[in-house]
Design a protein around this ligand. Structure first.
Ligand code: ZN
Length: 546
């Protein structure tokens, strides 16, 4: 028989026990979803929570509800370390606390040994790829014909191959999560396979695998890309695709022999054009330049040439520009080599030199399809340039690219190709030069007061500047100090002065001088603006202007 008093006590304790059990269950569900996004070894936290729940249950069985006095503070307290650890390790999009708190936690983690432990657990780059990485099922691989590869034995693959395909899945998953554009798998001296990712344009070594596992992975890549597995001496290429959280990535695989065995590179293309969806606002252009550029691309005829070296984001900017044109009222046709993004309501054609479908040939046939806007992927020869410029003066707006360092060089390049000055005068509206600079990591960038002579060197008035920032490196940016990239631009609009110059075979310096008079800001000036705004560093400007 229990007295009323103890019954009340019993019920109160029972209620507290229930609350604890609900907290525990809710924490389990949340960690289950949260841990794989943040930590590679998510399983560890699952086990920890199960042990915690079991302890709660067993302790109350053994000592009755009186043990709650100990359990009550213990259980929530035990969940705090997970919260702290995930907050330090999570990429910015998954962080729960405001940025300042995350920064303080990260600084603390760097001082204490916990930082090193977290580096091991953290999802990107942590752990080996050979094991079945947590969450590797989130990525699906598709063959060229769209048929899925699930890495299981249903495709008649032996166990070793299907295990290696799962490793490739793991490598691609990490690559996509780390925003890599290329994966390089290269055999090294000492029977090893080095895996490197290109992130923000810079190669980073991610992992090294033992030779046998490495060879299996390269073979699996060849299976996926439909290459001849037995052929190891000649370079081969192929394609497949990867689906990850609703995005489709085209993967271009290329294999080839090296001194130490076969290497493979995978290029990841966000083929749904995720990066161009935000239009020209997403390319990092200054507001004043953007206004001028927008006015140009909405003209009924003329030509915009984008220039820059390989990997300077020329194609992305062209697509971003085209995505701002009304596709329903204007007929847009592209000729590309190869097609990099698929866009709705735009007809896209790929160059195929083997079938004698060159830029010039396709361009001629495209003109019969009554286009308003034509994108010619690249101008490499006189013939293509001349047809493109002819179209630009006959009621079409033409977008194209030229492989040249800056706007002035593009003009001399075209003149050297043998294009007549009068043709260029009439056709070209503007030339846009572009580079991509890395954006300083918001979590770890370090402010400093630039020295007076440093400012003088770059011609920046000291009154304009309070602080510059330099890179440092933290877990959020994989120790590089940078996260993401943005564009710097030099837009040269063809005014009368520049048009007049063309006739006399101008030098690059003469063109630059005329452009400067006409208000063109150089790539370096565009970069310095980003330094003043705290977006990038002086080191990064020096790197890209090399
Ligand atoms: Zn950082």
């Amino acid at each position: 028989m229990v007295s009323t008093d103890s019954l009340e006590q019993f019920m109160a304790r029972g209620a507290v026990w229930l609350v604890l059990a609900v907290i525990w269950a809710a924490a389990c569900v949340w960690v289950e979803r949260d841990a794989p996004r943040v930590f590679r070894r998510a399983g560890l936290f699952r086990i920890f929570l199960v042990v915690l729940g079991t302890l709660l249950f067993l302790t109350t069985c053994q000592f009755g509800l009186r043990s709650l006095a100990v359990m009550l503070p213990l259980l929530p307290l035990a969940l705090v370390p997970y919260g702290v650890m995930r907050e330090i390790s999570a990429p910015p999009e998954y962080q729960l606390l405001p940025r300042q708190f995350g920064g303080i936690l990260q600084k603390a983690a760097q001082v204490l040994p916990i930082g090193r432990l977290l580096d091991k657990l953290r999802a990107p780059g942590g752990g080996g790829f050979g094991s079945t990485a947590a969450g590797s099922t989130e990525i699906a691989l598709l063959k060229k014909n769209g048929q899925p590869y699930d890495g299981k034995d249903a495709h008649g693959l032996d166990q070793e191959t299907s295990r290696a395909i799962r490793s490739v899945q793991g490598i691609l998953l990490t690559a996509i999560q780390m925003r890599a554009t290329d994966v390089h798998m290269e055999p090294k001296v000492g029977d090893e396979l080095q895996i490197r990712y290109r992130i923000d344009g810079i190669l980073q070594t991610i992992s090294t695998l033992p030779g046998a596992a490495g060879r299996a992975i390269v073979s699996a890549g060849k299976v996926l890309a439909d290459m001849d597995i037995a052929e190891r001496r000649r370079p081969q290429d192929g394609t497949f695709a990867a689906l990850y959280s609703g995005r489709k990535f085209d993967v271009r695989a290329a294999s080839g022999p090296t001194n130490f065995g076969e290497k493979m590179s995978l290029r990841l293309l966000d083929s749904d054009g995720g990066i161009v969806k935000s239009g020209l606002n997403g390319i990092g252009m200054r507001e004043s330049t953007l206004k001028t550029l927008r006015a140009i691309i909405h003209k009924p005829d003329g030509m915009l040439i984008v220039c820059g070296p390989t990997g300077s984001g020329k194609t992305t900017s062209l697509y971003a520009a085209i995505s701002e044109i009304d596709v329903l009222s204007r007929n847009i046709i592209t000729i590309e080599d190869p097609i990099e993004y698929r866009l709705d309501n735009i007809s896209q054609t790929a160059v195929n030199t083997a079938a004698d479908l060159t830029f010039a040939k396709i361009l001629r046939s495209v003109l019969r399809q009554d286009p308003d806007v034509i994108l010619v992927g690249e101008i490499r020869d006189k013939e293509t340039a001349e047809i493109a410029m002819e179209s630009a003066v006959t009621g079409h707006f033409v977008f194209s690219t030229v492989h040249a360092n800056d706007t002035a060089t593009t003009i001399t390049r075209l003149l050297d190709m043998g294009i007549e000055a009068t043709r260029m005068q009439a056709a070209v509206t503007a030339v846009l030069a572009q580079r991509l600079v890395r954006v300083l990591c918001e979590k770890c960038k370090v402010p400093y007061k630039p020295a007076a002579d440093e400012l003088r060197k770059y011609g920046i008035p000291a009154a304009k500047v309070t602080m510059f920032y330099r890179e440092q490196g933290c877990p959020a940016c994989n120790g590089t100090g940078y996260r993401g990239r943005t564009g710097i631009h030099e837009l040269m609009v063809f005014d009368n002065a520049i048009r007049a110059l063309l006739v006399g075979r101008p030098s690059i310096e003469a063109i630059r001088a005329a452009a400067r008079k006409g208000g063109t800001r150089t790539l370096q000036e565009s970069c310095l603006y980003k330094v003043i705004e705290g977006v990038t560093s002086l080191n990064e400007c020096a790197r890209v202007s090399k």
